[in-house]
Design a protein around this ligand. Structure first.
Ligand code: 2HA
Ligand code: ZN
Length: 270
């Protein structure tokens, strides 16, 4: 067996959590990531028939039966992942129609997956329906997106249009826009179900007064989505209290659509 700590995706997971912490998106134990892995990616590193322990999930997700996820741990700090991946991360296989997670590696201090596991797993189910190549669900607390949810309308069209208007390339990076949930109690199956529903129509879902969820085919794409939305929100928070003299017009967005071969969400542009 090869050393799991040297698996390319494990290294990328460590780098991503470290980078997210450096961006200020993951204070204390804030944020969580889950990465769907194929059996073949794991087989050289971990004996997948050796279950360390089983952990109940508290929800059903039969679509995920047999699937493997590398996931951050509950109560763990992104800041510390690089120093002890085997404590702060775990590799689990979903079984029993989603109701049980079999631990195959990690969580060595007896820990378990993130408290937001329902939102992660239900979002994977939703995104896989839209794009079978989806692999990542990522949650964090970027300051400007959060700030925006206190002072901007939570209407998804309005919220998206404002973000698009803040940087020319936003409409290229997230043409489907961002979906927005009102404040809800985190860590519950209810917010998981609501997030998954929103994930059917966009890869970004804002949790008002809390943070954001992103989904994508790999860690870079997902990080980049959140990074771009957060940059736009930062610009909004710099200008929101000032008179707007210039903006990007819908006519200009249409030029972007043509030039980059993307289509803004139906009904979001005039
Ligand atoms: O526990 O971000 O939403 C970390 C969180 C919960
Ligand atoms: Zn959170």
């Amino acid at each position: 067996m090869k050393n799991f700590l040297e698996a390319p995706y494990l290294i990328e997971m460590v780098r991503t959590t470290t980078n997210m912490y450096a961006h200020g998106w993951d204070e204390r134990n804030g944020g969580n990531i889950s990465l769907l892995l194929d059996e073949e990616q794991v087989a050289d590193y971990v004996d997948t028939s050796a279950v360390i322990r089983t952990i109940p999930t508290g929800f059903k997700a039969p679509e995920l039966d047999g699937k493997l996820f590398l996931v951050t741990g509950t109560g763990k700090y992104f800041k510390n992942v690089q120093y002890a991946p085997e404590v702060n991360l775990g590799l689990v296989r979903i079984v029993d129609g989603g109701e049980t997670a079999e631990l195959l590696w990690g969580f060595e201090d007896g820990g378990k997956f993130t408290s937001e596991f329902p939102a992660h797993m239900m979002s994977h189910v939703a995104r896989l329906k839209v794009n079978p190549a989806n692999r990542v669900v990522m949650h964090c607390h970027p300051a400007n997106l959060l700030a925006m949810t206190y002072v901007h309308s939570l209407d998804e069209r309005e919220f998206t249009r404002t973000l698009w208007q803040m940087c020319t390339e936003c409409i290229v990076v997230f043409p489907e826009g961002v979906n927005v949930l009102p404040w809800m109690l985190c860590g519950t199956n209810e917010i998981g179900e609501a997030t998954a529903e929103k994930m059917l129509t966009a890869r970004l879902v804002v949790w008002s007064q809390h943070g954001i969820y992103g989904a994508g085919q790999d860690l870079d794409e997902t990080f980049g989505l959140i990074e771009t939305a957060e940059k736009a929100a930062e610009i909004y928070m710099k200008i929101a209290h000032l008179p707007r003299v210039n903006t990007i017009t819908d006519e200009q967005f249409h030029l972007m659509e043509e030039r980059f071969g993307v289509k803004g969400r139906e009904g979001y542009l005039s």
